[in-house]
Design a protein around this ligand. Structure first.
Ligand code: UD1
Length: 311
């Protein structure tokens, strides 16, 4: 029997790419999504595969999830379902607690009960806060600055505690700024590249908050799907927390120079004052995950951005 993997948040941006990676590599996948922020369209390709089953359910609903664990005897789980908006976590701390912490705990206990050994958890670079030394290393003291980051960090701690207590193979992946096809540009707090792509394609001006010299470590969702897939399916994975990043910082000005080549007739960029709480520089050290998986992010940034805008 081919092993079956569970992916929560399967219809989301990172989820749908991760499901496709697993199917491409010959695995069977059960995807769970409540479609709160995920979209069925994202799974159009996956759903044509006989190896994929989609279940519309809340990943934190133990009564809905238990029968799935019973039926499929998952080999591993990729837990991506989350409240993804940091501003929303400020407005709805209770919902944030439920979706970003309690759900991880429920699922981890189901993993233990049904011998689903591996749990790969979607954490975030947000756990580092603004003051950790750059590049961020996993050994830095985390300083969450939002309910979102606090819940992600607390979930990491729970999962690593279960790893130490019961042998759960918990792998916490701290994503930096992920970009690529299917990222929703719908809110002002959506990923900057999803907003820029949407606006350049529609011939609208983009707004830069601040002077444009702020930098980010942007990683392509294709590379993130590869990291997720490998962390989930490889035998030789070590319990812990790992940055998922490229180790390269790019400023918004550099990003805009690439867009200008792609859209030479676009209207001029507008500048507005910097966002409250904005981090000036964000950069991760990818060494730990690279050493464990013998793999580095493959997509060079300008190439990834061109592909995003071509597609
Ligand atoms: C990311 C999270 C954010 C979280 C922060 C803290 C995403 C999409 N956002 O923010 O929720 O609080 O980490 O770790 O992952 N920008 C513009 N114009 C725009 C949109 C954004 O200039 O139209 C700027 C922002 O002010 C920021 C940069 O672009 O300086 C990147 O913004 P964003 O994509 O939201 O990511 P983070 O700021 O890293």
């Amino acid at each position: 029997m081919t092993p079956v993997f569970l992916v929560t948040g399967a219809a989301g941006f990172i989820g749908s790419h991760s499901v496709e990676w697993l199917l491409r590599h010959g695995w069977r996948v059960v995807g769970v999504d409540n479609l709160r922020t995920g979209r069925l369209d994202n799974l159009a390709d996956a759903r044509s595969s006989p190896n994929f089953t989609l279940v519309i359910a809340d990943a934190g609903d133990e009564t809905a999830m238990r029968p799935l664990f019973q039926q499929h005897r998952f080999t591993g789980m990729l837990h991506l379902a989350a409240l993804v908006s940091v501003p929303e976590s400020f407005r709805e701390p209770e919902l944030n607690y439920r979706l970003n912490l309690a759900t991880a705990d429920t699922l981890a206990r189901l993993c233990l009960e049904f011998e689903c050994k591996r749990l790969v958890f979607a954490s975030s670079a947000a756990v580092y806060g603004a003051n950790a030394a750059l590049p961020n290393r996993e050994s830095a003291l985390p300083q969450p600055l939002s309910p979102y980051a606090a819940a992600k960090l607390a979930a990491e701690v729970m999962l690593l505690g279960y790893a130490a207590s019961y042998g759960l193979e918990a792998v916490c992946l701290r994503y930096f700024n992920v970009y690529g096809p299917r990222q929703d540009p719908g809110s002002p707090y959506s990923g900057v590249l999803s907003i820029f792509t949407d606006r350049f394609q529609r011939g609208l001006p983009v707004t830069v908050y601040g002077d444009g010299e702020q930098t980010r470590d942007f990683i392509s969702v294709r590379d993130v799907a590869e990291y997720n897939g490998q962390a989930l399916t490889r035998q030789d994975v070590v319990v812990g927390r790992y940055n998922v990043c490229t180790g390269h910082a790019i400023s918004l000005k550099q990003v805009l120079a690439i867009y200008r080549e792609l859209f030479p007739n676009a209207p001029p960029t507008e500048f507005a004052s910097g966002r409250i709480g904005d981090i000036r520089h964000s950069l991760g050290d990818p060494a730990l995950l690279r050493e464990m998986l013998q793999f580095s992010a493959q997509t060079e940034f300008a190439q990834g951005l061109r592909e995003l805008n071509a597609g």
